[in-house]
Design a protein around this ligand. Structure first.
Ligand code: ADP
Ligand code: DP6
Ligand code: CO
Length: 328
């Protein structure tokens, strides 16, 4: 019972921050993302009655007890569905820094969902795969489809309507997302802990929830219309609102470093000089810049000229998660 899968990471254009149910990992808000061509996870899993415990090997090292435990609890959901109790050995590689604000939990749990479902011989729809991936990490639901993706918050208590589906495939629109990596270190407050703190302490939490519907509607339309300026403006707006929510938590959560802030100014300076470029930032210090293909070189040079940016990674809209190898 063995399978291997690859899933690409994704970056939210309209952000997810906050849960309506922690046990089932149900998001409090919908979100919209772009699947990334250059960042991915490959995960191979084998279930066997011979294994005594689940073992996670992440980037060639035995994962921490916390990371292994999170994976193991997630596999319990799939084992229950399949009626199989075997433990698993999981070998996973992220081709980018883990837990650093580049959505390793998204590609990680999407790849794991696909590989584990196949190894357990579960035959599931893309929607069911997304519902399952969500239980590993909310953003992972959005890494099952490629291209431009919308995650529905859903309303049901069991989470069966909280899943992601494509708005448009990768070929719909060739936009670029350049990532300026400012640090490879793991964040001090993980996304799960961060958003739970915001929910319980930020005075702005309800306002954030109330405003999300309008942002989702506008972004969906911007994507369908291929309106780049609108997409960019909405992305920056949602990003800054999410960080305002994190900052207004108690104690305040600050995911940026100095380089992140320099880069935000540099993107806006470039825009003032006439190049349509817009930033977004997740729960970490990396700067991500949205631009059109014809401006990619200029944006790359701008990012490379900022002291403290270690590497720039270019992305196009990325593909669906897929099985690479399986038995039978
Ligand atoms: P990120 O910004 O990278 O998504 P998160 O705080 O959301 O950071 O999640 C990081 C956690 O996701 C890791 O500590 C680990 O528990 C889990 N994770 C990351 N990559 C993988 C993987 N390939 N397989 C299993 N779990 C993973
Ligand atoms: C800032 O999906 O990592 O990247 O559901 O607790 O695993 P969990 O959180 P996660 O949160 C992502 C937060 C974000 C914004 C986004 O991707 O929408
Ligand atoms: Co994450």
């Amino acid at each position: 019972m063995r399978a291997k899968a690859r899933a690409h990471s994704n970056i939210a254009l309209i952000k997810y921050w906050g849960k309506r149910d922690e046990r089932l990992n149900l998001p409090a808000v919908g979100s919209i993302s772009l699947t990334l061509s250059a960042l991915w996870t490959e995960t191979e899993i084998e279930f066997s009655p011979q294994f005594q415990t689940d073992q996670l090997i992440l980037n060639d090292k035995t994962a921490s007890p916390e990371e292994t435990g999170r994976t193991s609890r997630f596999l319990d959901v799939l084992r229950k569905l399949a009626g199989i109790n075997h433990k698993a050995v999981i070998q996973s590689h992220n081709n980018f820094p883990t837990a650093a604000g580049l959505a390793s939990s998204a590609s990680g749990f999407a790849a794991l969902t696909l590989a584990a479902a196949r190894a357990l011989h579960l035959s599931l729809s893309r929607k069911e795969l997304s519902v399952l991936a969500r239980q590993g990490s909310g953003s992972a639901a959005r890494s099952i489809p490629g291209g431009f993706v919308e995650m529905h918050a859903g309303q049901s208590a069991d989470g069966s309507d909280a899943f992601a589906e494509p708005i448009a495939p990768p070929a719909h629109w060739d936009i670029r997302l350049l990532i300026g990596i400012t640090s490879g270190a793991a964040k001090k407050i993980g996304s799960t802990a961060g958003m739970n703190l915001s929910k319980t302490t930020s005075p702005y939490y309800q306002a954030w929830i109330d405003a999300q519907h309008a942002d989702l509607t506008a972004m969906r339309q911007a994507i369908l219309d291929r309106d780049f300026e609108r997409l960019g403006e909405l992305s920056e707006y949602s990003c800054l609102k999410m960080h305002a929510l994190a900052l207004s938590s108690n104690p305040g959560i600050l995911y940026w470093n100095g380089v992140t802030v320099e880069a935000m100014h540099a993107v806006r300076d470039l825009r003032r000089r006439g190049t349509p470029a817009y930033f977004t930032i997740d729960a970490g210090p990396q700067i991500k810049v949205l631009c059109l293909p014809e401006d990619e070189n200029e944006v790359r040079e701008m990012l490379e000229s900022i002291p403290g940016i270690r590497e720039v990674v270019s992305n196009k809209p990325g593909p669906d998660a897929r099985i690479l190898e399986a038995d039978e």
